[in-house]
Design a protein around this ligand. Structure first.
Ligand SMILES: Nc1ncnc2c1ncn2[C@@H]1O[C@H](COP(=O)(O)OP(=O)(O)OP(=O)(O)O)[C@@H](O)[C@H]1O
Ligand SMILES: Nc1nc2c(ncn2[C@@H]2O[C@H](COP(=O)(O)O)[C@@H](O)[C@H]2O)c(=O)[nH]1
Length: 206
């Protein structure tokens, strides 16, 4: 279906649940999927690259992007701005490719207003204890930031009913397989109603 638009998938869930890990594993399996790189005012972590993990920006630069309406959504999360550049998402969907956003819940709720046709997936931890251990073991946050992220996590989990799908990340492989099923299912749904698909059937004399 070449001139069909791609599907926008929104993957969210609390910090440390494994969104990045699962998304990277999913993309290894399906290189056709496209990742929307966010802007952030957070400082890069060891091993993170500008233009790969994030576009690292100053507060003023992100505020200018907000002012110029260049972001689909943005949020202030634990002291930093995070946002999704509009142009990349719109152009990639228009080109018929599926786009994944990996964003927190406040931002996801803004996307829901502007892209109600998006597919909203909430990644869920096996337990809060496991979530805490994953953030601590990642070793990227100070004790205070771990605490703040866990406080946000509780609020985020309260919003999970707003999502189309909830996927438990007990094991990365299983979570990837569940998301792959969602991607396939959403494509089937749209092909079923696609005018082009009906046209492609052609006519036959009975
Ligand atoms: N299924 C899993 N089982 C055990 N550990 C996991 C699993 N998924 C991810 N992890 C680990 O949990 C930690 C957090 O994962 P990751 O950074 O992908 O989370 P995230 O949701 O993207 O976090 P953030 O929102 O803070 O960026 C990492 O150290 C990762 O290796
Ligand atoms: N609303 C948005 N949230 C985003 C975006 N990009 C990432 N995120 C989320 O922020 C938190 C913290 O990320 P971290 O890299 O500092 O651990 C996490 O939940 C990310 O998914 C975005 O563009 N908009």
């Amino acid at each position: 279906m070449e001139d069909e638009k791609g599907i926008l998938f929104i993957l969210s869930g609390p910090s440390g649940v494994g969104k990045g890990t699962v998304r990277k594993a999913l993309f290894e399996q399906d290189p056709a999927l496209q990742y929307s790189i966010s802007v952030t005012t957070r400082k890069p972590r060891v091993g993170e690259t500008n233009g790969v993990d994030y576009f690292f920006k100053s507060k003023e630069e992100v505020e200018e992007m907000i002012e110029q309406n260049e972001l689909i959504e943005y949020a202030e999360y634990v002291g930093n701005y995070y946002g999704t550049p509009k142009a990349y998402v719109e152009e990639t969907l228009k080109a018929g490719k599926d786009v994944f956003l990996e964003i927190e819940v406040q931002g996801a709720m803004q996307v829901k207003k502007n892209f109600p046709e998006g597919v909203f997936i909430f990644l869920f931890p096996p337990s809060l204890e496991e979530l805490k251990n994953r953030i601590i073991d990642r070793g990227t946050e100070t004790e205070n930031l771990v605490k703040n992220r866990l406080l946000e996590a509780k609020k985020e989990i309260d919003m999970m009913d707003e999502y189309d799908y909830v996927v438990v990340n007990d094991q990365v492989k299983k979570a990837v397989s569940r998301i792959q099923s969602i991607v396939v299912s959403e494509h089937c749904k749209r092909e079923r109603v696609s005018k082009q698909y009906k046209k492609a059937l052609g006519r036959v004399d009975l």
